[in-house]
Design a protein around this ligand. Structure first.
Ligand SMILES: Cc1ncc(COP(=O)(O)O)c(C=O)c1O
Length: 361
């Protein structure tokens, strides 16, 4: 598949310089068609009967397999969730931490991870990675570890600065359980999750899937308490509610997930071209260079992932981002910062970058 063929699959790109995958990725035509077909079938044939149920289970299995493939892990260790937030709650709820325990996180985390950490009962220790060069992240995190640390909970790609944290090195350097928020990494960069303990997926961003769907890799599913069981967690259940959990990570599966979304996600995951990571890295680099040449203070260091964050020139990032959106360039301001964020994926063209610079000038 060529770049032009891949790009032509995303109707929104015909009109907009859509630099928004850090929030919601573009939807391919095939994804929309798979969803529409499922909706049509649901409307015409009803949502009932064993064929419908089998279809739903088959779609869940297909998504699990594909997400596991994206993370290079076994499907038995992959749970289906509705989001990264859902995955973080499953892990933090299952670890049963108390006030004597500490969680080390960073100063660049999203509420999707921070909320579950905040209600975990543990003491939170924040490592200041965003004010330091990306190459120092491992040392900064290691310096925050104490004998009480029970978990390191960090993003693979920081949603504000765009920096990549080498999560495998963090695991190696600390030897502690590591929970990785993969919302900004899976689909944007090559991920091999097998070295860490927990790794979340958001399907609506860089995987260009429908919302709301996600995944959670759990290295040792039997070793994590099942804190929020669903209908899909159980092999069997007694009338008093006691149950035998399913083997592997399926025990952490979300309840009913929208069948049209599952159908759309299978199509989205099957579509992703092989050269996607290389091209995404190159175009993000060009975006960085173009903004710097145009005189913007670029916050994201070279050689990171798909996010490129830069300072608004007039100190009003909300107004600047809104003006760009009006001009057909979809970018966003980052809350409580002077920064604007552009998301570059494999589908991003050099013309999109021209439009970005023009809209900001
Ligand atoms: C780093 C990070 N974590 C978590 C989230 C929340 O993702 P989800 O909606 O899948 O819970 C986001 C969304 O922007 C994010 O950027």
């Amino acid at each position: 598949m060529t770049f032009e063929e891949a790009r032509a699959q995303f109707p929104v790109l015909e009109r907009l310089a859509y630099l928004n995958a850090g929030s919601m990725g573009p939807l391919a035509r095939a994804t929309g068609e798979a969803m529409a077909e499922q909706v049509r079938s649901d409307v015409d044939a009803g949502r009932a009967g064993s064929a419908y149920f089998e279809r739903m289970l088959e779609l869940r299995g297909s998504v699990r397999e594909r997400l596991a493939g994206f993370l290079s892990v076994a499907p038995e260790r992959m749970a289906l969730t509705s989001s990264t937030t859902d995955g973080c709650n499953i892990v933090l709820g299952g670890l049963e931490l108390g006030p004597e325990d500490e969680i080390v996180t960073t100063d660049g985390e999203h509420p999707g991870l921070l909320g579950p950490i905040a209600v975990s009962g543990a003491r939170i220790v924040v490592a200041p990675v965003t004010t330091r060069p990306a190459g120092e992240a491992v040392d900064v995190i290691r310096a925050a570890i104490t004998p009480r640390t029970r978990l390191v909970a960090i993003s693979h790609v920081v949603w504000t600065t765009g920096q990549v944290i080498p999560v495998d090195e963090v695991k190696e350097a600390t030897g502690l359980p590591v929970l990785v928020d993969g919302a900004q990494s899976v689909g944007a960069i090559q991920v091999e999750a097998g070295a860490v303990d927990f790794y979340t997926v958001s399907c609506q961003k860089w995987l260009c899937g429908p919302d709301p769907l996600g995944g959670l890799y759990v290295a040792d599913p039997e070793g994590l308490r099942l804190a929020s069981p669903t209908y899909f967690s159980q092999q069997s259940m007694e009338v008093d509610g006691s149950f035998v959990p399913k083997d592997g990570a399926q025990r952490f599966d979300a309840g009913w997930l929208a069948v049209p979304s599952l159908a759309g996600l299978v199509a989205a995951l099957d579509f992703a071209p092989e050269w996607r990571f290389k091209r995404a890295r190159e175009v993000a680099g060009r975006c960085r260079d173009r903004l710097a040449e145009a005189g913007f203070e670029v916050r994201t260091e070279p050689g990171q992932a798909g996010l490129v964050t830069f300072e608004s020139r007039n100190g009003e990032p909300d107004a600047a981002a809104a003006k760009a959106v009006e001009a057909g360039v979809v970018i966003r301001a980052l809350p409580k910062t002077p920064w604007i964020r552009a998301s570059c994926g494999y589908w991003t063209s050099d013309e999109d970058l021209d439009r970005l610079v023009a809209a900001l000038s």
